[in-house]
Write a protein that binds this ligand. Structure first.
Ligand code: ATP
Ligand code: MG
Length: 647
């Protein structure tokens, strides 16, 4: 792999940085020396009803028990709202910009408090109490975070479901989680498309039948579209909720009481319902977002992730609000009704921190620089990304064209299971390397191991594992602790196995190479998917690509590459791509087959599902498995036709 560019600390970021490089080093050393003391100090970032006296209890061995701050008590909604009412009640907490409208809804911390309390009282009136599950399936509107915080207020466990899920996928999750109440909307507008959310929910409840515990469905009307209501089950959200008192005494929770269940993206198979608890999660959300996003008064953080993903939970709702910041939501698409929509919103709302996924960056990049340059983006001071490896060229575009070279780009690595950032730069205190998620945050103890689970020291490449628990670690998988142990702790006893591969360079920077399940082994050379995809992606004629290995009798794996051309007129041939990979990596890595395709199969959170591509490329068409996680199941037929049309 070529040597990478190093971006020095940006002068502006050094100004607002909370830490100098030497302070960061001291903090990291302290966390290593005295983890308990360190994490008790970090616990002060949030509001406790009674302070914890111990940080971690438990073990990664045997049954795996994870327990943080176990004698502390708190309420997450108090940390996010009430604790700010003293000094910033009239500061905007939430900007919600609805597509097709000119004016955004702006809720101050005081208004947010009222709205959350009304819904909390309404839920209590419906019989929801401590520990009960509430499913939330809403567009990106203010009622989504309000619903999450209202659950937290009364000790109910929220289960946010993505609005694009099929009726089958919703039914499965409603039954699995045992939700008693559902909060949904009549429909979701996605660009010109309408998703009849309530109708899909009705279908899901029909499918779930007697297995579902749902008694009430609260229906928010986000558009004028008519909606069928079942009189004994369905209630209009505002008609019902707005009558309740705007104050609600928070339920005092134990630190280890569950705050939410969240299903993973399903990139590698059947989604898992991860359980996060109250105290550790809140400290982690405040700590990770506070360290990497260094919130200051007047900051407006726009994380474009849907609230149904962990990035939405932590970077749209709990992280910014715990830190007293202003968080922004938008329910539309990046380029609808016309390209440039996102840039227009950044200019209008003076967004200071933008946080999005590599796939969005690549599609915005495809629209060209002129469009970005038409808007005043001078409010921006920090750019973030997460979710998939970002290739250095997309990183540089984000940095140079969107950030005009003066905003640090923070590439942050995390998982639903980690709840927050594990690897990521501290702006102003660290140099950046485009394509690297930098280093573990202080207190995060990462190692690389070989495939047998033995730790690799110094520079090298291997499986990314964590040696010590962190406050935001998932405690278990819902009703399936055995699967939790098996998935994360059986690889190398005593280590949390992330499932991802990474390379650590001589400076200690980490480079995610892809998922370990996707690693390609060609004639004894192990190559991560990210490395091949980076080599293909540097060709400006390619927007996005995916590499997979299929069994080969001699070489172990044959390499197959799927690539999306920038536009239909682009002349790029499979031979060009083969040449590109041979040049960048070596002749041994030359792809055996290359397909130029219009799109790739993605999860509903936008991630490429390489598992499916592998099956299609190797002709295992009968065992494609569960497709419910796909955003567009039709893409599968299209791919099968492309790969097998000549056979
Ligand atoms: P499932 O676990 O159901 O297969 P998933 O792993 O895609 O789905 P998430 O928890 O949403 O579900 O995603 C976490 C994964 O996303 C990580 O394990 C990693 O593979 C990838 N990822 C996240 N951030 C980054 C990043 N900055 N760089 C590279 N990869 C990343
Ligand atoms: Mg995963």
């Amino acid at each position: 792999m070529s040597e990478h560019t190093i971006i020095p600390v940006h002068p502006q970021s050094a100004e607002y940085s909370l830490l100098t490089p030497s302070q960061l080093q001291a903090m990291t050393r302290r966390a290593e020396r005295d983890p308990d003391g360190f994490w008790l100090d970090q616990a002060e970032r949030i509001h406790w009803h009674s302070n914890p006296t111990r940080a971690f209890c438990g073990s990664f061995q045997d049954d795996v028990e994870i327990n943080w701050y176990h004698d502390g008590t708190l309420n997450a909604s108090v940390s996010c709202i009430d604790s700010h009412l003293g000094d910033r009640a009239d500061q905007v907490a939430l900007i919600s910009h609805r597509d097709g409208t000119d004016e955004a809804e702006k809720l101050t911390y005081r208004m947010l408090h009222e709205r959350v309390c009304r819904l909390a009282n309404a839920l209590q009136h419906l019989g929801v109490s401590r520990g009960d599950r509430v499913a939330i399936s809403l567009p990106m509107v203010s009622e989504a975070p309000i619903a999450m915080l209202a659950c937290a207020r009364i000790g109910a466990v929220h289960v946010v479901l993505f609005g694009g899920l099929s009726a089958e996928a919703i039914a499965e999750r409603l039954v699995d989680s045992g939700a008693r109440v559902v909060i949904t909307a009549n429909e979701i507008a996605r660009g010109a498309k309408r998703i009849p959310l309530k109708h899909i929910m009705d279908e899901a409840l029909k499918k779930a039948g007697a297995e579902s515990a749902v008694e009430t469905v609260l229906v928010l009307r986000t558009t004028d579209a008519p909606v069928a209501m079942l009189p004994e089950r369905d209630l209009d959200f505002h008609d019902f909720v707005d009558w309740f008192e705007p104050d609600c005494i928070p339920e005092i929770m134990n630190a280890e009481d569950p705050l939410f269940l969240l299903y993973t993206s399903g990139s590698t198979g059947k989604p898992k319902a991860v359980v996060h608890t109250t105290g550790g999660y809140m400290v982690w959300a405040a700590y990770t977002m506070g360290m990497v996003y260094t919130h200051r008064p007047n900051d407006v953080l726009w994380c474009t992730a849907d609230v149904a993903w962990i990035t939405g939970h932590t970077s749209v709702v709990y992280g910014p609000l715990a830190n007293g910041s202003t968080t922004m939501m938008f329910d539309g698409l990046p380029s609808y009704p016309q390209p440039g929509r996102w840039w227009e919103l950044i200019e209008r709302h003076k967004v200071t921190m933008l946080f999005t996924a590599p796939t969005a960056i690549r599609s915005l990049m495809r629209e060209g620089d002129d469009l970005v340059n038409r808007y005043d983006l001078s409010s921006l001071r920090l750019l973030g990304t997460a979710g998939e490896p970002i290739s250095p060229d997309a990183w540089m575009w984000y940095h140079d064209v969107v950030g005009k070279g003066s905003c640090p780009v923070v590439d942050t690595w995390w998982q639903t299971e980690t709840a927050g950032i594990m690897l990521g730069p501290i702006p102003g205190a660290q140099k950046l390397k485009p394509g690297s998620a930098t280093m573990p945050l202080p207190g995060v103890s990462m190692v690389l191991t070989d495939t047998k689970g033995d730790v690799i020291e110094g520079a090298g490449e291997g499986c990314l594992c964590v040696t010590r628990s962190w406050p935001g670690q998932a405690r278990t998988l819902w009703k399936d602790h055995a699967r939790f142990q098996q998935t994360y702790f059986s690889f190398s006893p005593g280590l949390y196995f992330t499932g991802d591969g990474a390379r650590r360079d001589a400076d200690g920077y980490y480079w995610i190479t892809g998922r370990m399940d996707d690693v390609i082994n060609i004639s004894g050379h192990r190559i991560g998917t990210a490395e091949i995809e980076e080599a293909v992606g540097t060709d400006r004629r390619i927007t996005e690509c995916a590499a997979v290995g299929v069994p080969h009798s001699v070489k172990g794996h044959a390499l197959v590459v799927f690539a999306i051309a920038r536009d239909e007129q682009t002349s790029i041939t499979p031979e060009d791509i083969t040449r590109q990979v041979s040049l960048a990596i070596g002749r041994y890595a030359a792809p055996d087959e290359v397909f130029i395709v219009p799109d790739l199969p993605r999860t509903r959170s936008g991630k490429i599902v390489r598992r499916l591509l592998r099956k299609i490329a190797s002709g295992e068409l009968d065992t494609l498995g569960d497709l419910s996680m796909l955003s567009d199941a039709d893409s599968v037929d299209m791919l099968i036709n492309t790969v097998w049309k000549e056979e």
